[in-house]
Structures are given as structure tokens and as C-alpha cells.
Design a protein around this ligand. Structure first.
Ligand SMILES: Cc1cc2nc3c(=O)[nH]c(=O)nc-3n(C[C@H](O)[C@H](O)[C@H](O)COP(=O)(O)OP(=O)(O)OC[C@H]3O[C@@H](n4cnc5c(N)ncnc54)[C@H](O)[C@@H]3O)c2cc1C
Length: 483
């Protein structure tokens, strides 16, 4: 008997490990609930709920393939090796298959599991699935990991010209096994009621859940709708948060409901089979998939970044402010800068934020407020339905100018001019800040500066910092560091 262990690959189509396991005589599937571990990783409740909902879907799909899904529960990954050994012995499993995950703790967990299983002559195999290229295989001439995205991208592009990774079909149904799948709905319902996430506000989880339906069909629909048209103008529309200019596929990629190969192929199909062809929108979107790839490779090449360390070591000495009140205003969308506050409310109410806004709010926190980027990184992880260690860390370190290939410290976005540029009519702001909905297109970006508005009479805070002074403070803090 073989076992496929599901982790962040909650799908049956184009699943490398599941395909390999199912090519054997008989296969069982496993998912392990590890609530304490998830809490240690700051996984957002809406994201855990997304996994839970997708597991229910997945169990129904597996049922049709006669692959029983077993659900096991342990607090942290430390207990995983023993749990797997016991399971293998119970079901006479000779080989465990899974798709590789690249975080430090994930790799430690897998190494410990492999080590223990080997002692009992049980095989443990992991596969490249989350990424297009094996970390460590896209390197500079001297053999090191690239630190600059442009160089990394060029090598990836060349590899893709050589070969586009193939997409695997779902496994065929196997003969019925005399093993019952776990009663999934009951197991998972019980988990959410009694588990570590019980204290959470169920109504806000439910409201976010309604915005992000699960299922492979749903994920493919999101991808197909985007590739049918919006992708063609992605290059221009992707910076405008009021437009449907981006795919919103990130929660599905990160939970593994759709694979990166399926995303790449959909983009190539939209370009009539051409890779990096004439349409700049499609090319830019594929480049974003490579940014995702880049940050995962960085995580493996420079694991310190995911252990609360900046990539640029000298930025460890930055004099971050201890300013809990300012941090709270940023978190709650009460800074007095409409574009920042609208974005932070989008995050709280949808579990997702537009990429341009992620950059603007991250830069505002780390530069204008001079608050440690790690606090922002943590808040994002605790709220994002697409929270991903590598991309989140990469995005935060890019914005804070502490990371690989990050923005130069002196290029600080001004939230007012950014707002005028990316939301010229204030459509996005009006949606998330109804208290400002009546303002004209000019005043809405900075009500406190407008002659037409009595800012103190609005049900909206005055700015918590002076943009000019806070910019100077950030420049001084950074220029004082010796690289
Ligand atoms: C401060 C900050 C934090 C971020 N945190 C996360 C995170 O936790 N999880 C996450 O998936 N992305 C994160 N990103 C990257 C990016 O914002 C999201 O991937 C994107 O907004 C998701 O929306 P989408 O699917 O519509 O993206 P699209 O614009 O449609 O792009 C398609 C896909 O490409 C990938 N991608 C796009 N931009 C980036 C990028 N800059 N870095 C890495 N991958 C990218 C994503 O997988 C995305 O789904 C962060 C960016 C910043 C600046």
C-alpha cells in the first residue's frame, strides 16, 4: 500500500505526488491537522477555514476515485514522524509520497519523518510540484542562488523555452479498498469547534468564506475568466485596485487548489500557444508567477529571511520605533490617509489585498511610521487568506528595503500621490470608507488638505504623521546605516 500525504496541494488534477502514488497498486490519502503549528506560523483563521472547506470538497473527489482520505490530528509537526510511522504500520504502507514544501520548519519535519520511516524500511519520497524549478537549480555561473530577480527571470525564461512543464491528469479510480475514509465533515466540524481556532469571530470567517468559494472547478473558473480577457490588459490594469485587473488566484495557488503549471499553461493558451509572445499583459502576468518562484528559491537559499532576519544584514541596526498606538491605527485602518485605511479594511473584510496596496501600506508602516516590517509581516499573515511565508516575507522586505532586490530606501511612496495615480476617481476609497464617499475626486485622497472639506467634521481621523517629516526621519534612519 502507498500513501499520498496532502499538505499545500489540495487537488487531484496535476498533483505530482498523488499521480505517482496512484500509479501503484493501491493508495491511501492523508491530511494532518496541526492547529498549534498553524498558530505558531500565524496562519490566518480565514485561511485555515479555506483549507477546511477545500478538504471537504477534496474528500468527495477522492471518494469517487475510491481513495480513502484519512484525517489525523496532532498539535505540532514535532509529533508528525511518530504519527506517520504508526499509520504506516497500521495500514501496511511501504511508501509515503508528498509534494515538497520549502519553509525551514517544513523541511525539518520532512527530514525527521524520512529519517524515522527509513529505520523501518518505509520509503519517503517528495516531488517538485509547488514550483516550476527545483530550488538550487536556477543559479548564477558561480553556482549560487540569484539575489536579483532580473537575472533569475532570464534563466527561468530560457528553461521554459526549452520545456514547458507538462500537466498531469487526475488519477483513475482504483479498485475499492476495504478501508473506510474518515467521516470528514464530522471530523473537521469537530476540529473547528473544539480546536485552537474556536475563539475566533465566526461571523467574519463566514463572511470571508462567502467571497472565496473552494473547489478545483471554482479555481479553474477564476483562472479561465481572468485568462479570457483581463490578462490581455494586465500590464496596465494591475495597478488599479478599483478595476478587476488582477487574477485573485493567489488563495487557490497557495492552498494548491490549482497548480502553478496550470496557471502558466492557461496564460500560454491565452497567448495562442506562445510563451513570452506579443501581448505584454500576458508576459507581465507570467513574470509575476516567476516572482513567486523567486521568493520561494530565496527562502531555500537564504533561510534566515524566514527566521525574522533581514536579507541585508546591516539593516538589522535600523532604529525601529516602538509605537504601539501608530501600529494599531495602521492595523485598524485609522491612519487618516484614505488609501492606506481603505486597503487595511479590504484586508480585514476580505482576507486579501491588492498587490499595489500591499506595497503602499507596507512602505507606509516601515518608512513613514518607521515601525519594524516584521510586525507588518505578522499582521498580514494573521489576516491573509493567501498568506504565504515566502511571498509575504519577500514583499515586506522589498517594501522595507531590507530584502534581496528590494526598493532603494530613498524611493518612498507618497500615499497621497499614489492614491491619485491608482484610484483617480476615488472609487476604491469610496467603497471601503463610506464616511468619505461624498467627497469630490480631489479631496478624497487627502481630506485634511482640502479647502472644500472641514476635515475635523468628518467621521474620519486626521493624519497620524506628517508625510514630509516622517519621510525625512526614514531617510536619516537608513542613511545612518553602514552597508
Ligand atoms: C507586502 C507584501 C506582502 C505580500 N504577501 C503575499 C502573500 O502572503 N502571499 C502571496 O501569495 N503573495 C503576497 N504578495 C504578493 C502579491 O501581492 C500577491 O501575490 C498578489 O496580490 C495576489 O493577487 P493575485 O492573485 O490577483 O495576483 P496576480 O497579479 O494575478 O498575479 C498572479 C500570481 O503571481 C504571483 N505573484 C504576483 N505578484 C507577486 C509578488 N510580488 N511576489 C510573489 N508572487 C507574486 C501570485 O502567486 C499571484 O497569485 C505580497 C506582496 C507584498 C508587497
Amino acid at each position: 500500500m502507498h500513501l499520498h500525504w496532502f499538505r499545500s496541494d489540495l487537488r487531484i488534477h496535476d498533483n505530482t505526488s498523488l499521480d505517482a502514488a496512484a500509479s501503484q497498486e493501491s493508495v491511501l490519502a492523508l491530511y494532518i491537522l496541526t492547529p498549534k503549528q498553524w498558530q505558531q506560523h500565524d496562519d490566518a483563521p480565514c485561511k485555515v477555514d479555506f483549507w477546511r472547506r477545500q478538504l471537504i470538497e477534496l474528500s468527495q473527489q477522492l471518494d469517487r476515485l475510491n481513495i480513502p482520505l484519512l484525517i489525523r490530528h496532532c498539535d505540532t509537526w514535532q509529533q508528525v514522524p511518530d504519527l506517520l510511522l504508526e499509520l504506516c504500520q497500521q495500514y501496511q504502507i511501504t511508501q509515503v509520497h508528498c509534494n515538497a514544501e520549502y519553509g525551514v520548519n517544513e523541511r525539518k519535519r520532512d527530514a525527521a519523518t524520512q529519517h524515522l520511516l527509513q529505520q523501518y524500511h518505509i520509503g519517503f519520497k517528495h516531488y517538485l510540484d509547488q514550483l516550476l524549478f527545483e530550488p538550487g537549480s536556477i543559479t548564477s555561473k558561480s553556482g549560487g542562488y540569484f539575489k536579483v530577480f532580473g537575472q533569475f527571470k532570464r534563466v527561468c525564461q530560457q528553461r521554459l523555452y526549452d520545456q514547458i512543464p507538462a500537466i498531469l491528469p487526475a488519477p483513475k479510480a482504483q479498485a475499492k479498498l476495504f478501508i473506510a475514509a474518515d467521516p470528514i465533515a464530522a471530523t473537521l466540524a469537530d476540529f473547528t469547534l473544539t480546536g485552537a481556532f474556536a475563539k475566533l469571530d465566526q461571523s467574519s470567517i463566514d463572511s470571508i468564506a462567502a467571497q472565496w468559494p473552494v473547489g478545483e472547478t471554482q479555481a479553474m473558473q477564476v483562472l479561465d475568466d481572468f485568462c479570457a480577457d483581463p490578462i490581455l490588459d494586465y500590464e496596465h490594469a494591475r495597478d488599479m485596485p478599483a478595476l478587476a485587473g488582477v487574477s485573485q488566484i493567489s488563495p487557490y495557488i497557495n492552498a494548491g487548489i490549482v497548480s502553478v503549471r496550470q496557471c502558466l499553461q492557461a496564460a500560454i493558451d491565452a497567448a495562442d500557444g506562445e510563451l513570452f509572445g506579443a501581448n505584454e499583459g500576458i508576459n507581465t502576468w507570467i513574470t509575476q508567477l516567476l516572482w513567486r518562484e523567486f521568493y520561494q528559491h530565496i527562502l531555500v537559499g537564504f533561510p534566515q529571511v524566514s527566521q525574522h532576519q533581514p536579507f541585508k544584514a546591516h539593516t538589522k541596526k535600523l532604529p525601529w520605533r516602538n509605537a504601539p498606538d501608530d501600529l494599531a491605527c495602521w492595523q485598524q485602518g485609522q491612519t487618516g490617509f484614505p488609501i492606506i485605511d481603505a486597503a487595511m479594511r479590504q484586508l480585514q473584510q476580505t482576507g486579501w489585498m491588492h498587490n499595489r496596496l500591499r506595497m503602499i501600506v507596507a512602505m507606509f508602516l516601515s518608512k513613514n511610521l518607521l515601525i519594524d516590517w516584521r510586525l507588518g509581516e505578522q499582521w498580514f499573515m494573521q489576516h491573509l487568506i493567501d498568506g504565504d511565508l515566502a511571498a509575504n516575507n519577500g514583499g515586506w522586505q522589498w517594501s522595507a528595503s531590507t530584502g534581496t532586490d528590494s526598493v532603494p530606501y530613498f524611493r518612498i511612496f507618497n500615499p497621497i500621490t499614489q492614491s491619485q495615480k491608482i484610484d483617480p476617481e476615488g472609487t476604491f476609497i469610496r467603497h471601503w470608507l463610506p464616511a468619505l464617499a461624498h467627497l469630490d475626486n480631489k479631496s478624497i485622497h487627502a481630506p485634511h488638505l482640502s479647502r472644500n472639506v472641514q476635515a475635523s467634521a468628518l467621521d474620519y481621523p486626521l493624519p497620524i504623521v506628517d508625510l514630509k517629516q516622517s519621510r525625512e526621519r526614514a531617510l536619516q534612519a537608513f542613511s545612518g546605516l553602514k552597508a
